[in-house]
Design a protein around this ligand. Structure first.
Ligand SMILES: Cc1cc2nc3c(=O)[nH]c(=O)nc-3n(C[C@H](O)[C@H](O)[C@H](O)COP(=O)(O)OP(=O)(O)OC[C@H]3O[C@@H](n4cnc5c(N)ncnc54)[C@H](O)[C@@H]3O)c2cc1C
Length: 418
């Protein structure tokens, strides 16, 4: 009897879990390894929880660039840079700036929205195969425009989203209040919003952990506390993964280890991925606290309810991970309190603060491609959209592995280091 092909997935975050599920479904004998002791301990741990398909747009755009100096000087904006990170990733920064033109923004956003559409159906299909509990809720997302100019600029980009097949609408202040009556108590003024009903929420960590448990029950081997140090090859073919626990043989290796993926790739195949740090805080709340999820772009804060918990997330610092700074946590709590004073008990000692980094590429497109040796694939660099794009990225990867002729390779390949 022909032996099953063996696949090793490096990384047990949401991208590794969905990649592994795809490989299992495709008939591989799958092993997942992660350096941490549990799944979803990296960026997938306590993110903003938004499956924001219609909002899968590129980070770099002319407006972002124009507003950057002001944001950097404004302590309320949550935007910051670490000089060390700038020095380490100067080539990334230069390439990112080149992606801030209107033309590149439109092209990158179109491709992200296409992937988001694939992801929306792939996620729904996955939920038919597994009964996963992750505080999922079919809710909408409301993006709050701080000024008329911001609203008009967002309205100009609605056709891109509609062209991709998403339902999105511009709302005036009164209509926003109908969608989120809690904003009636807000201390902040706003000019209106962009609302998308097809934007559910869910706990990414619970999804990842439960999916991994389900796969273990189906025979997937999962090894925690095991760090990959090298991808082994023979000639042009992948043969396994060297770890601090020995070599695991493999016919296919998927690097789903986020920010660390480039370290395991030959230089010419390394995607440029840089850290964009954010923090979150999770507070107990009443289920009536909030229905839609809310994004305040001016202060870079997102608020959503996951079951009995309010998740407030924010900040965009070009900096590596670390402990959540008190100042950053206080800032996002203050912003949430100002928007919705009664949504949660903001003074509770039960709050859980977290700091994570978005593994960000220069054009916001994840790197999903064959990378060097035959059988070696990367699925990393999902930036601020990894939860949203996870199921679709696994589907793109499936098409590439199935074709194995490189035909799909350019689909979401962000290319080597600039
Ligand atoms: C503050 C914040 C808010 C966010 N909000 C949202 C949101 O609302 N919606 C959305 O779609 N996305 C959001 N994101 C982005 C999303 O969380 C990430 O894009 C996604 O989690 C990336 O998943 P990943 O599996 O690639 O990386 P990770 O979750 O970081 O997983 C990588 C794993 O690889 C392991 N690893 C690394 N190197 C090795 C090695 N050598 N050997 C073995 N294991 C290794 C790590 O331990 C880790 O577990 C947010 C991110 C942040 C930081």
């Amino acid at each position: 009897m022909k032996r099953k092909r063996r696949a090793v997935v490096i990384g047990a975050g949401v991208i590794g879990a969905t990649s592994a599920e795809m490989l299992l479904r495709t008939g591989f004998d799958v092993t997942v390894i992660d350096a941490e002791a549990e799944p979803a301990q990296g960026a997938s741990r306590a993110n903003a929880g938004q499956l924001c398909y219609p909002f899968a747009m590129a980070l770099g755009n002319p407006g972002f660039l124009r507003g950057l100096p002001r944001s950097l000087l404004d302590p309320e904006s949550g935007v910051g840079v670490s000089p060390l990170t700038v020095m380490r990733h100067w080539a990334w920064l230069a390439a990112f700036l080149r992606n801030c033109t209107e033309a590149r923004y439109n092209r990158n956003s179109e491709r992200l929205l296409t992937l988001a559409k694939i992801s929306m159906s792939a996620h729904a299909a996955l939920l038919k195969r597994y009964d996963l509990k992750f505080d999922a809720r079919q809710t909408g997302k409301l993006w709050l425009a701080p000024t008329d100019a911001a609203l008009q600029s967002a309205i100009r980009h609605l056709p891109l989203r509609r062209h991709a097949g998403f339902e999105v609408e511009a709302l005036d202040v009164g209509e926003c209040l109908k969608v989120a009556p809690q904003l009636g108590q807000s201390k902040y003024a706003f000019a209106g919003g962009i609302y998308a009903p097809e934007s559910p929420v869910g706990d990414c960590r619970a999804f990842t952990s439960n999916l991994i448990k389900e796969m273990q029950a189906q025979g997937v081997k999962v090894e925690f506390g095991v760090k990959a140090s090298h991808v082994e090859t023979s000639g042009e073919q992948v043969t396994g993964v060297r770890t601090d626990n020995g070599v695991i043989p493999a016919d296919v290796v998927v690097l789903a280890n986020g920010l660390a993926a480039p370290q395991l790739l030959p230089r010419r195949h390394r995607p440029a991925i840089a850290p964009l740090r954010g923090v979150s805080v999770t507070l107990p709340c009443d289920p009536s606290a909030l229905n839609v999820s809310i994004t305040d772009p001016k202060r870079a804060v997102a608020i959503c309810r996951l079951g009995h918990r309010l998740r407030v997330t924010g900040g965009a610092e070009f900096a590596p991970s670390g402990a959540p700074s008190r100042r950053a946590v206080r800032r996002i709590m203050d912003v949430a309190r100002a928007w919705m004073p009664d949504a949660a008990d903001y003074d509770t000692v039960e709050n859980q603060a977290w700091c994570g980094v978005r593994p960000t590429t220069v054009d916001s497109l994840p790197s999903i491609s064959q990378a060097g040796a035959e059988g070696l694939y990367v699925n990393a660099g999902h930036g601020s959209l990894g939860w949203t794009l996870a199921a679709g990225s696994a589907e793109i990867l499936r098409r590439q592995i199935m074709n194995a002729d490189g035909a799909g390779r350019a689909a979401f390949d962000t290319g080597p280091n600039p």
